[in-house]
Design a protein around this ligand. Structure first.
Ligand SMILES: Cc1cc2nc3c(=O)[nH]c(=O)nc-3n(C[C@H](O)[C@H](O)[C@H](O)COP(=O)(O)O)c2cc1C
Length: 258
């Protein structure tokens, strides 16, 4: 449950420049006698007013973290980013080396700061480490039962075998994004995958495990999923035990310029 927040404007520090008013997506700030005023506290609490004020005169109550000052050098290099995006591959072979707690914390942090529709900030994260083997056992049992029917429906999986490590491929950690909003949780997962790669980890999105969490009540209990909560993405994380030497071709972008 989110704590209540309030936007506060320090009238002594406000110079009446109007930047907060101009940048507020809800039209919630007005200038009165050259001082900014908030019309209602029932806005989306996006914090643009806090972030844009040159005087640091705007704040929001009820958060644990203080704003970090930005110097304008926080940009990604476009060429480096594209190179990294082209080079990434789904990793299905993991070495036995562990994933550190601080790496997991950075990955979750990348998910936490990802934007959400209406600034909902309702995406939750489940880090599976100790419970990973049990979760995999339950999912494997389920998929082995479903496989004959699935093979009838999808000939492309005719040769698939469900071994004991079918979902997590010996990786030590999996992180799930959980939300009622699939877009929000998918965006968070994409940023988390990027962060994991930046930490030198290999990533596999496990669509199969995500499906298992939808079908298995025991898995839902194990993951402590509440009513209406859905796993949207499962990131399997570990040290890659394979090195890819070149990119693989992909189809051209189907982009329309209108
Ligand atoms: C949402 C999503 C779910 C996926 N689920 C699985 C999965 O359950 N098991 C698996 O082996 N690969 C899974 N993959 C990996 C895809 O099969 C993979 O992206 C594809 O083989 C292309 O390879 P690349 O990711 O290395 O470019 C998934 C990928 C995505 C994006």
């Amino acid at each position: 449950m989110r704590r209540p927040h309030e936007v506060r404007i320090d009238a002594k520090a406000c110079t009446g420049c109007g930047l907060c008013r101009d940048d507020c997506p809800m039209g919630n700030i007005a200038l009165e006698e050259r001082i900014a005023h908030v019309a209602t506290q029932r806005c989306i609490m996006c914090g643009h007013c806090v972030a844009v004020c040159p005087e640091g005169a705007v704040s929001m109550t009820g958060f644990d973290e203080e704003p970090v000052e930005l110097d304008g050098n926080e940009r990604l290099d476009a060429d480096e980013l594209l190179r990294a995006l082209r080079a990434r591959r789904s990793i299905r072979r993991f070495a036995s080396r562990p994933v550190d707690e601080d790496e997991v914390a950075r990955i979750v942090e990348a998910g936490r700061v990802t934007p959400t529709g209406s600034n909902a900030q309702e995406v939750e994260f489940i880090v599976l480490r100790d419970a990973l083997p049990e979760a995999e056992r339950v999912a494997v049992r389920l998929f082995r039962r479903l496989l004959p029917l699935a093979k009838l429906l999808r000939p492309s999986i005719a040769h698939i075998k469900i071994d004991e490590r079918f979902f997590f491929k010996n990786a030590p950690v999996a992180i799930m994004t959980v939300s009622k909003n699939r877009v929000d949780a998918s965006l968070a997962a994409a940023n988390m995958a990027l962060m994991a790669e930046a930490c030198g980890l290999g990533v596999l999105y496990s669509g199969f495990f995500t499906v298992a969490t939808r079908l298995s009540p025991s898995l839902r209990r194990l993951l402590d999923l509440r009513h209406g909560q859905h796993v949207v993405a499962t990131l399997v994380l570990g040290r890659p035990a394979v090195r890819y030497r070149r990119t693989a071709p992909k189809e051209p972008a189907n982009a329309r310029m209108l």
